[in-house]
Ligand binder design. Structure first.
Ligand SMILES: C[S@@+](CC[C@H](N)C(=O)[O-])C[C@H]1O[C@@H](n2cnc3c(N)ncnc32)[C@H](O)[C@@H]1O
Length: 316
């Protein structure tokens, strides 16, 4: 599906959001810890709307056309890193329902993958997917990366996709990632980062950015661009040049705007939404404002959020 630019102005989108959800009501959750609650309510929607295979990250479609293949860009990078270092043990942080580790395990059958997540429910779901796929070289266990427990050591590769945005103390997390890697090991992360504060943006863009953050449970705001690199260096890792992949989000973002706009503009569907879990339905807010708040490379109205790939090595 080729992506066409959304036709609605940001101001119209914010009006629709206010009408359906009450923007002030949504913003009351700013600063509140809500990860377990958010995923408990949003889980079914992710599988229905995003990916039945349990993938919970963004598609990267470099050719301007949305396709499922876009979800495989990130795990393919891990496969390539693992092959490059002749890795035998790979650790995933914030694995969600295990999509990435399972994909990698299917592609590298001689490598052992360990997926970890804060939520036992995600670990159970991931284990179920792996069992169905009859893969024995991937296991999942409950563990927070904040910090990673000492039992995680000597991994050839560690990675995390769209999970480290929830980290409260990047120095602490980076130190525990460095400790989990063997000398010569590699670290890979993909995530959204902010260039500056949303509070300094024009009012509509500032509002849209904050609403987006709350809707995806990043309730302290996205981590500043550059902060992870600084923390990883402090932890003794050598950081590669960072890649900005924001433009590749565009097909997925445009597609979501149209789907959400149609749903929220239909009064019957709006009534149905009222009966659904609130944190699930709020994902529509993120879908609506996504293109406006990301640095998609347009000339004006560009937001402060950029989707980056960060890689680093532990010196041998
Ligand atoms: C957007 S999902 C991404 C899941 C997976 N990485 C993927 O690409 O499909 C973010 C995940 O991070 C997990 N998470 C949040 N905070 C965490 C923490 N402190 N430690 C481990 N996992 C965490 C959540 O439970 C959720 O599964």
């Amino acid at each position: 599906m080729t992506a066409t630019a959304p036709t609605h102005s940001l101001s119209d989108l914010l009006k629709l959001i206010d009408k359906v959800f009450g923007s002030d009501k949504v913003m009351k959750d700013w600063g509140r810890e809500m990860i377990p609650e958010y995923y408990a309510q949003s889980g079914p929607a992710y599988e229905k709307m995003h990916s039945a295979q349990g993938c919970m990250h963004s598609a990267l479609n470099a050719d301007g056309t949305f396709s499922f293949d876009g979800y495989l860009v990130q795990p393919r990078a891990v496969v390539a890193e693992t092959v490059a270092v002749k890795g035998k043990r790979v650790l995933e942080l914030g694995c969600g329902k295990g999509f990435n580790s399972l994909f990698c395990a299917q592609n590298l059958k001689e490598v052992q993958f360990t997926g970890t997540d804060l939520l036992q429910d995600h670990v159970n779901r991931a284990s179920g997917f792996a069992k169905t796929a009859e893969r024995t070289n991937v296991t999942y266990e409950q563990a927070s990366y904040e910090p990673l427990p000492d039992r995680f050591r000597d991994f050839d590769v560690a990675f995390g996709f769209e999970t480290l945005c929830y980290a409260k103390d990047t120095d602490l997390v980076a130190a525990s990632i460095a400790a989990a890697l063997r000398p010569g090991g590699r670290f890979v992360m993909y995530d959204m980062h902010a260039y500056g504060s949303a509070d300094d943006l024009p009012p509509d863009l500032a509002r849209a950015t904050r609403l987006y953050e709350v809707s995806v449970a990043v309730t302290r705001g996205f981590i500043q661009a550059g902060q992870w690199e600084a923390s990883l260096r402090k932890a003794g890792l050598v950081v590669d040049p960072v890649e900005d992949l924001t433009a590749q989000l565009q097909p997925g973002l445009y597609r979501q705007v149209e789907m959400s706009y149609r749903t929220l503009s239909d009064w019957k569907k709006r009534l149905a939404i009222k009966a659904m879990p609130p944190l699930l339905t709020r994902n529509a807010i993120a879908a609506l404002v996504g293109p406006a708040i990301c640095r998609l490379g347009r000339e004006s109205n560009d937001g402060i959020l950029a989707y980056q790939k960060i890689t680093a090595s532990k010196p041998a």
